[in-house]
Design a protein around this ligand. Structure first.
Ligand SMILES: [Fe+2]
Length: 307
């Protein structure tokens, strides 16, 4: 990874190729990303009134705050407007909705000063989504709902694009996780005891990169990219939206980012919905993704990362 592309005038095939090489792509807000952000704001404002969403944490007991989020987040995720906005964002950015499948958009919060960082507002340690059964062709889309600053942004750790980290992904199975842990997020207010793949050796997190886009600005990165939540000490809760996409041609060809260290089993392939009619990815592909591909050899990796 060595480049951040801003509003790159390229087609979607080229875009995915760059992402699979570890590059970051950033797009200015589009009419539909702004619509999605405004919709999220409206929902958050209603749920947290009379307080402003970014500072409500300073006025509410943490249990109350967690229970409001536990109601707000699923409402946003499952609302038809959220899905419609994603479909329109595809049109605006030249993403083929016939070939592209997305999972429902999540609203995330990162509260300030260690107020709530478990369960419903889990603070993410450095990780790759591919440690959690995401396919190597998964692309993450991320946008801030309110203005962000470096103190409450997300961080990328570029050296780990090609450098493996000892991690707990071998013990993670997506189907198993869904069965046992997922529904319970809101109950983990003080401490999160659910087992998540984590780095199992010290990492060098500096230097790292924080991308500050305006509300509705879209940040695209590979699911294999090492990223984390910056410990938020901005005094304001960060609200963001993210969703993930996969392209059916890449699924069929098993194209994607090189696998450096993900050893999980199970697959999120059943979660994505087609951009046109919300149909699932055909099941015939799931067995191909029950395990992650073999780790990339250094020489393959050189080809995969050279621009
Ligand atoms: Fe992530």
């Amino acid at each position: 990874m060595n480049t951040i592309f801003l509003d790159a005038p390229i087609d979607d095939n080229k875009r995915r190729e760059l992402l699979y090489r570890g590059q970051l792509l950033v797009y200015s807000p589009t009419p539909s990303s702004l619509k999605l952000v405004n919709f999220a704001r409206q929902m958050a404002e209603e749920a947290l009134q009379p307080y402003e969403p970014e500072t409500a944490q300073h006025h509410l007991p943490v249990e109350r705050y967690a229970s409001i989020l536990a109601e707000l987040k699923p409402k946003f995720i499952h609302h038809p407007i959220s899905k419609e906005c994603i479909q329109s964002i595809f049109r605006e950015l030249g993403v083929d909705p016939h070939k592209t499948f997305f999972d429902v958009p999540r609203m995330r919060t990162s509260t300030s000063d260690d107020y709530l960082k478990t369960g419903i507002a889990y603070a993410f340690h450095p990780h790759r989504d591919t440690w959690y059964s995401a396919p190597m062709c998964q692309i993450n889309w991320w946008m801030p709902i309110y203005s962000i600053v470096p103190e409450n942004a997300m961080a990328f750790h570029p050296r780990y694009w090609s450098q493996p980290v000892r991690n707990g992904s071998a013990e993670y199975n997506y189907a198993e996780w869904n069965r046992t842990s997922r529904q319970n997020a809101a109950q983990f207010v003080k401490e999160d005891t659910r087992k998540q793949p984590k780095p199992e050796e010290p990492m060098e997190l500096d230097p790292h990169i924080r991308v500050i886009a305006p509300p509705g600005g879209i940040l695209l990165f590979s699911g294999a990219q090492m990223h984390s939540s910056v410990p938020n000490n901005s005094g304001r809760t960060r609200f963001s939206i993210d969703f993930r996409t996969v392209n059916i041609d890449d699924i069929a060809a098993r194209r994607g980012a090189p696998n450096v260290d993900s050893a999980c089993t199970g697959t999120t392939m059943g979660d994505y919905l087609r951009g046109t009619d919300l149909a699932h990815v055909p099941e015939e592909y799931y067995p191909l993704y029950e395990t992650q591909p073999a780790f990339a050899k250094p020489e393959e990796f050189e080809t995969a990362t050279s621009a």
